[in-house]
Design a protein around this ligand. Structure first.
Ligand code: SMG
Ligand code: MG
Length: 369
């Protein structure tokens, strides 16, 4: 496949409600969309980098910059680009996995559309529906949190993830467990807000029978997570620390996690995400698909990934209306606590031109190098 053009769009979608984590508060969801155009196909990719560098070192402007300056020129100059070769063509650039993931996603979409094959089929999906969980942000008060959780459970979400930070951990977790009972599948995510010195405090969460605690410590503190794991009954799940199949293998070998959150955007794309799935499966480590408040494009790819066999826990792959009043694709809808895995060619969804135009704040077309 030869890439004729690449169009970059910076988009901004208002969130239906602010999303607060230990990293900060978000009112809008920004993204860089990558549109790859070939002679007889096109494909779409989405970068998960945020407004700032709080979740990862990448952010929207760094994504746009590295795409235009370093990642896209060699692709536009190449005679042949496929999903399997695109990582190699970008291999001269260290890091920038979120930017690379968006490019690989767009190339994979264009290629699969030209074959008429879906993301799900190409990655080895074994189901056409995936269990949907929801990530609930930090709130101003416990009653407000209980109302939010009530609403999500009424909609049918299969598990609840509470965002926690020092000062917002034991009380909200206790309140949710007490209100909704022992059957609620409940987990927490700290986004690296604690240190190993908090081990005794975090061990108090063991009383609430949580499915897992996600990324309690700094992303680079893999050994600290292994030490913390020895002091907790609650299984540790890593998110930010897992950036590749190699880092997953290392974390598992060190005993730093018993569960892994896989986000394609964080690890450089769907192909590396599948390799992480495979490494975890080989080690008996269950995985689930994380979320970065993706638009319908990223959500389509994530739903396909979550249909692989070792995705045995519900993901942060919620319905479109959990995030946006209007998604940029046809919306993903919750049905019996699940989302349908798209079955059409490529991602199986495309941006709706009117909505896309409304949310686009800039359009850029890099020239070949
Ligand atoms: O997509 O539903 C979603 C959001 C899930 O909580 C979520 N993501 O650390 O797992 C995580 C956070 C990262 C996004 S906030 C920076
Ligand atoms: Mg997380």
């Amino acid at each position: 496949m030869r890439i004729e053009r690449v169009v970059l769009r910076r988009v901004n979608l208002p969130l239906v409600s602010p999303f607060r984590t230990s990293l900060g508060i978000e009112y809008d969801k920004p993204a860089v969309l990558v549109q790859v155009i070939t002679k007889d196909s096109e494909g779409w990719g989405e970068s998960v980098s945020g407004f700032d560098a709080s979740y990862s070192s990448e952010y929207i402007e760094s994504t746009l910059d590295v795409l235009q300056r370093h990642l896209l020129p060699p692709l536009l100059a190449a005679e042949q680009v496929t999903a399997s070769t695109v990582a190699g063509l970008m291999g001269g650039v260290k890091g920038h996995r979120m930017a690379k993931a968006a490019v690989e996603m767009a190339v994979m979409d264009a290629e699969l559309r030209s074959y008429g094959m879906s993301f799900a089929t190409s990655m080895g999906a074994v189901t056409d529906r995936v269990a949907s969980g929801v990530s609930v942000g930090i709130m101003d008060s416990v009653p407000e949190l209980l109302d939010a959780v009530t609403g999500y459970l009424e909609q049918g979400y299969q598990r609840i993830k509470l965002k926690i930070e020092p000062g917002w951990d034991l009380a909200p977790v206790r309140a949710v467990r007490e209100r909704f009972g022992d059957d609620l599948v409940l987990q927490v995510d700290a986004n690296a807000a604690y240190t190993l010195g908090d081990a005794r405090h975090l061990a108090r969460l063991d009383a609430f029978d949580l499915l897992l605690i996600e990324q309690p410590l700094d992303e680079e503190d893999v050994r600290g997570h292994a030490e913390l794991a020895r002091q907790l009954v609650t299984p540790i799940c890593l998110d930010e620390s897992i950036v590749s199949a190699r880092s997953a293998a290392d974390a598992i070998a060190l005993g730093a996690c018993r569960i892994v959150n896989i986000k394609p955007g964080r690890v450089g794309g769907y192909l590396e995400a599948r390799r992480i799935h495979d490494v975890c499966a080989a080690n008996g480590i269950p995985v689930w698909c994380g979320g970065m408040l993706e638009t319908g494009l990223g959500r389509a790819g994530n739903a396909a990934l979550a249909a692989l066999p070792n995705f045995t826990l519900p993901g942060d792959v919620s319905a479109s209306d959990r995030y946006f009043a209007t998604d940029i694709t046809e919306p993903f809808v919750l049905r019996d606590g699940c989302l349908d895995v798209p079955s059409g060619p490529g991602l199986g969804v495309s941006p709706l031109p009117d909505v896309l135009a409304e949310v686009t704040t800039a359009v850029l077309e890099p020239a070949a190098g």
